[in-house]
Design a protein around this ligand. Structure first.
Ligand code: F6R
Length: 243
């Protein structure tokens, strides 16, 4: 696992955007695995800027997102489809039909099967962008006694509902289920880049970086099995975590 410590969260996001940009320049038909949450927002801002400055062409790029709430309309401002359109897809020359965020059609199990298919359609993503939860979750693979390899339906833990309630009017409005890639889907990507910032991520990042233990109690530790993972954190978090 490669660790990059930057001077600031802004620098971390620029670095991650450059890595994604490099993948697209190397292969204009690249498939990207994308994430939502607050961490990647500036990464997408940087990618939009690169596009506007003429340095990046998304016309042949395809994407698949890690996860989506179940039971939320794609038009809902807190849906991950809305997030992706709003932060990236609406501002670059990507073909919307080449982007995939799990949908709420049919049963949750059908939606999970469709996501599993999309992850591997024409090959797994060349690069997978990740954030990390305070409990070490990646996508919606929650810390617990076991993890799943494939895309599946996940019931959100109380701590994730609480953490995500900042985006809703109240915790009661946070959906309780989500469709998410499994650990095997994430680990299938050609490369992985995880960005973390903020004191709340300290313990998760310690588990990820300080030893070689792999545990379902910190799902991010499974990234230690991937031969091409880069973790980008700012100096403040690095010092706090003692890495
Ligand atoms: C979002 C996702 C989540 C987030 C995590 C951290 O697609 O997969 O695992 O990466 O919850 O969220 P933020 O960045 O808001 O702290």
């Amino acid at each position: 696992m490669k660790l990059i410590v930057t001077e600031s969260y802004e620098q971390s996001c620029l670095k991650a955007a450059e890595m994604i940009g490099d993948v697209i320049r190397q292969n204009p038909k690249a498939k990207l695995g994308l994430a939502t949450g607050s961490t990647p927002e500036p990464i997408y801002k940087n990618l939009v800027k690169m596009y506007e400055q003429g340095g990046l062409d998304f016309s042949q790029v395809s994407t698949v997102n890690l996860d989506e709430y179940w039971g939320i309309d794609p038009e809902h401002p807190q849906s991950y489809r809305y997030f992706m359109n709003h932060h990236l897809f609406d501002h670059v020359n990507i073909r919307k039909e080449a982007t995939f965020v799990a949908t709420g059609k049919g049963t949750p199990e059908q939606a999970a099967d469709e996501l599993e298919e999309k992850v591997f359609e024409n090959g797994a993503p060349a690069i997978q962008l990740l954030g990390i939860g305070a409990n070490g979750h990646i996508a919606f693979n929650e810390a617990g006694p076991s993890l799943r390899a494939k895309s599946h339906v996940e019931t959100l833990t109380e701590s994730t509902i609480q953490a995500n309630s900042r985006f809703f009017d109240s915790p009661e409005q946070v959906p309780t289920q989500a469709i998410t890639m499994g650990m095997g889907d994430i680990l299938a990507a050609g490369s992985i880049v995880l960005v973390a910032t903020g004191a709340s991520k300290k313990e998760a990042v310690q588990g990820l970086l300080l030893d070689d233990v792999i545990t379902t109690e910190n799902p991010s530790t499974f990234l230690k099995l991937h031969p091409n993972t880069t973790v980008i954190i700012d100096r403040e978090l690095a010092q706090l975590a003692g890495v």
